[in-house]
Design a protein around this ligand. Structure first.
Ligand code: BG6
Length: 492
């Protein structure tokens, strides 16, 4: 199976934070793959910007080493690598000192009237200043776009400030706020599942769905990002963006068209319909956790405070929530959300639990009848599974058992699954913001999340300890069992 490659326009991509973790781990490999597949037009350039003083040759050596480490041998042919490295330039600049950007400005001027992308892979505190700097040098053209990495702000007030500062230089249609979950193939598949099939949509409501679970479990810990993570925590790092975006895609009404504002309008309505969690609710509807020393797959894992070097850290590395979407479609259907670091396995999945049948025609000897479940597996082993009741084959009368229709994308499509950033970077060049967050979405998400964090502070709710390699604090089980439901057990 081969993917269809749609070439994009000639572009210059300026990466602020070109020596950072994101650039090396995600952006450069993603661009390499797009180049290797022939999607990047000849003459397009990647202009790295950082404060680290080094000649271009040293930067290129670092990029090459990263690619050799991250890209499997079979994808690394010397011709492609040389062509890709040939696109890269490097500039030593200091955000806040626009004069240091002059060599970059001269290079951009040489590029003429092509698409110009400014990717701010820096701390959000610098987004405003970096915007003012490129503006001061007259670098923002009609064909310019700016990409902002999450988190946008730390709360609603700071998100507004960032959006205002960037918005003073770039129009909203030029601002691309990345939530890389939206670029994941299976997340886009969720829209295909719901809106390209007749089967599910008539059942996609409170009359037929008992509850929904969204779980994002990671085995990794803070991974050297302790400075950032200890100020953020799981609520700001994962729930405010990735998990709420997944919830939106599950819960939204069908957009009229698969076009940017049609999709984003529907997601926004979901965010605005989330029932606020009050201080009192936060006792029964939320659980915060923090990992202690343990082991994952037999390897020892340090406790979170030891890992980040903050002995009395009050930051949560696990969150579980019971959420309600106050709409006609979802009235009375709880959404259980949970995310945690240092879980026993890496698994991101959405479970749609249908209601039990209203009446069984079978004798009790046929066995119990379980409700159907649709499981959308985002990673790893991307795919979808629909659990059904079937007759146990062979003699012995009517005996029922549960089995699954299983669609494994790896087996079905036999192709390399592109990383989310590959798709998203090309969408920025195309100017297609469908898979990016609009300003009002980011703000609506903060508006719902802020009071939960405030409630934890007001109650002095310290995160509950859990052992690294477990499924979080036992209170997370309590949260769902209280509602007579259980967490889906796949992989557990
Ligand atoms: C990032 C978070 O946005 O997403 C990280 O900051 C997290 O803490 C990561 O590990 C998870 O992304 P993925 O694609 O590996 O699920």
């Amino acid at each position: 199976m081969t993917a269809r490659i749609i070439p994009v326009s000639l572009f210059d991509l300026v990466v602020f934070g070109a020596t950072g973790d994101l650039a090396f781990r995600k952006l450069l490999p993603a661009l390499y793959y797009r180049d290797r597949d022939g999607q990047i037009p000849d003459g397009s350039r990647i202009l790295g910007v950082s404060r680290r003083c080094m000649p271009l040759e040293t930067y290129l050596e670092e990029v090459e080493a990263t690619l050799r480490h991250q890209v499997p041998q079979g994808y690394l042919d010397p011709g492609c690598l040389a062509r890709f490295l040939g696109r890269i330039r490097y500039y030593v600049c200091e955000i806040g000192q626009p004069d240091t950007l002059r060599p970059l400005a001269a290079a951009l001027a040489d590029g003429g009237d092509r698409v110009r992308v400014f990717y701010f892979a820096t701390s959000p505190d610098l987004f405003g200043q970096a915007s003012r700097d490129v503006d001061a040098l007259g670098l923002v053209t009609d064909k310019s776009r700016v990409v902002l990495e999450k988190p946008i702000g730390h709360d609603l007030v700071s998100a507004n400030a960032v959006n205002n500062e960037v918005g003073a230089v770039f129009g909203e249609n030029q601002i691309f706020r990345i939530d890389h979950y939206l670029g994941k193939e299976t997340v886009q598949n969720l829209m295909a599942l719901r809106f390209a099939n007749f089967l599910f949509e008539p059942l996609w409501n409170a009359a037929h769905i008992d509850h929904v679970q969204i779980s994002v479990a990671e085995t990794i810990g803070a991974e050297g990002r302790g400075d950032y993570y200890d100020r953020a925590g799981a609520m700001r790092d994962m729930v405010q963006n990735h998990i709420l975006q997944l919830l939106c895609l599950v819960a939204m009404e069908p957009p009229t068209r698969f076009e940017p504002d049609f999709v984003r309008d529907e997601k926004l309505k979901v965010l605005r319909a989330l029932k606020p969690i009050t201080v009192a609710d936060s006792v029964t509807r939320t659980v915060r956790g923090q990992y202690r020393a343990g082991a994952i797959n037999g390897s020892p894992a340090a406790s979170y405070p030891d890992e980040v070097g903050v002995p009395h850290s009050d930051t949560e590395t696990f969150v579980a929530l019971k959420v309600e979407v106050e709409t006609w479609r979802w009235s009375g259907v709880p959404f259980f959300l949970r995310t945690g670091k240092r879980m026993p396995v890496r698994a991101t999945e959405i479970v749609i639990q249908f209601r039990t049948i209203p009446h069984s025609i079978f004798l009790p000897s046929a066995g119990p009848i379980s409700a159907n479940k649709l499981i959308v597996r985002l990673q790893p082993d991307e795919g979808m599974r629909l659990s059904l009741m079937v007759k146990d084959p062979g003699p012995g009368g009517m005996r029922l058992r549960q089995d699954s229709l299983n669609l494994s994308f790896a087996e079905t499509f036999r192709m390399r699954y592109p990383d989310a950033y590959e798709r998203l970077l090309m969408d920025v060049v195309r100017g297609n913001p469908t898979l990016f967050m609009r300003r009002d979405e980011v703000e609506a998400a903060w508006r719902w999340v802020d009071p939960i964090i405030a409630a934890w502070q007001e109650r002095g709710d310290s995160p509950r300890p859990y052992t690294a390699g477990s499924w979080g604090p036992s209170a997370s089980v309590g949260l769902i069992v209280r509602d007579s439901r259980t967490w889906h057990e796949d992989g557990q």
